[in-house]
Design a protein around this ligand. Structure first.
Ligand code: KG4
Ligand code: ZN
Length: 346
């Protein structure tokens, strides 16, 4: 008999629930985005996010069960992303998951949100992807892992300041492009010249570590747009071609760094498979450059499909691997807002 797992995701600003089976079939997926709520602030406001999760979590769970054609009594386990993320947001998902487990007598499974982003590639591939190098590029994180299997992720490097997605969102705001910034910059860059401006590629030529840094790049874009000093970006009225050139040149610098460090991680580990997930993995230029690089090196490449790049609960199916390994959590399980830096999660 197949087991059915309810997966919950509330790490940032998406309230999501999915029902998956131990055969990794997806029976339903519901994602309630909060983009409209945060748009006027140009970024996620944590207090608003956690309040919205509280309002949405039960209807989202009910909808996921209904779409899957099951009721609470049909569930065999509940999985929840408890790290990393915004504290208040994480708590909402965790409390909902614990309550269900207590009331229904079900096992509770903890999901690492970043590892889940890589597992999206496993779901889409329909076959094993491990061992592989995993690159997670999201709004809050930019991290490279050696993934021995679904239970053993070793962090190889990460950003020392801004995440890749964060830099997209901040540059979009400077260019007065609509929120969320990543897709807007991606679109604007299609009409721009990636060589129009020479922006810094921090650490790209440092062959002795696998870390990233994007805050200097963001500042360089700012100076190129408006110079130093106080400025109201909404009043700049930059010509469309200049916006496109700035977007394309900024994007090329980000993509150079992501592809360059992914290539270095592949060389260091000697692995032959590269898996890429997270919101920024939806970026058209990054997908194109990774595809070219993988072809050139003869690597197997898995990039999460667009629907599984940004936050969702389907990727929480990584919980199936934990359940099979007996990695069930006590109800004392807590949130861990910061990234888990050490290796195996087992
Ligand atoms: O993984 P995700 O949904 O949430 C986090 O875990 O942070 O990633 C969201 C991030 C945002 O910064 C958004 O601007 C970025 O992913 N993003 C993109 C694109 N689509 C989403 N960045 C660049 N190009 C895109 N097409
Ligand atoms: Zn994410």
């Amino acid at each position: 008999m197949t087991m059915k797992i309810l997966s919950l995701e509330t790490t940032c600003d998406e309230t999501a629930a999915a029902v998956v089976t131990d055969q990794l079939e997806v029976l339903s997926s519901v994602v309630a985005s909060q983009d409209d709520l945060h748009r006027k602030y140009g970024g996620v406001v944590p207090e608003l996010a956690s309040r919205a999760h509280v309002q949405r979590i039960l209807p989202v769970i009910e909808q996921a069960l209904r779409k899957a054609g099951i009721t609470l009594g049909d569930l065999d386990a509940v999985a929840v992303a408890n790290t990393p993320g915004l504290a208040g947001s994480l708590l909402v998902g965790l409390v909902a998951a614990k309550t269900l487990c207590l009331a229904l007598g079900l096992p509770l499974i903890a999901v690492d949100h970043l590892q889940a982003h890589i597992f999206a590639c496993r779901l889409a591939a329909g076959q094993d992807i491990f061992p592989c190098v995993g690159l997670v590029v999201s709004g809050g994180h930019t991290s490279l892992y050696r993934c021995r299997d679904a239970l053993d992720f070793q962090l190889l490097g990460s950003t020392r300041d801004d995440a890749a997605g964060e830099s997209y969102d901040k540059v979009a705001a400077m260019l007065s492009l609509p929120y969320p910034g990543g897709p807007s910059v991606d679109r604007a860059a299609r009409n721009g010249d990636p060589a129009a401006f020479q922006f810094p590629r921090t650490f790209l030529n440092d062959e002795d570590h696998l870390d990233f840094s994007f805050s200097g790049l963001k500042t360089a874009v700012r100076y190129q747009i408006a110079g130093p000093g106080k400025v109201d970006f909404s009043q700049l009225n930059l010509p469309p071609q200049r916006i496109a050139d700035l977007a394309a040149s900024f994007q090329e610098a980000v993509v150079d760094c992501l592809v360059g460090k992914a290539e270095l991680a592949m060389r260091w580990t000697g692995l032959q498979t590269l898996c890429v997930g997270g919101g920024v993995a939806a970026n058209s230029r990054l997908r194109q450059r990774l595809t070219e690089s993988a072809q050139q090196h003869g690597w197997e490449l898995h990039i999460a499909p667009l629907a599984l790049c940004t936050d969702n609960a389907v990727m929480g199916a990584i919980a199936v691997e934990r359940l099979k390994a007996g990695l069930v959590e006590p109800l004392e399980l807590d949130i861990q807002p910061g990234m888990v830096r050490s290796g195996a999660s087992a």
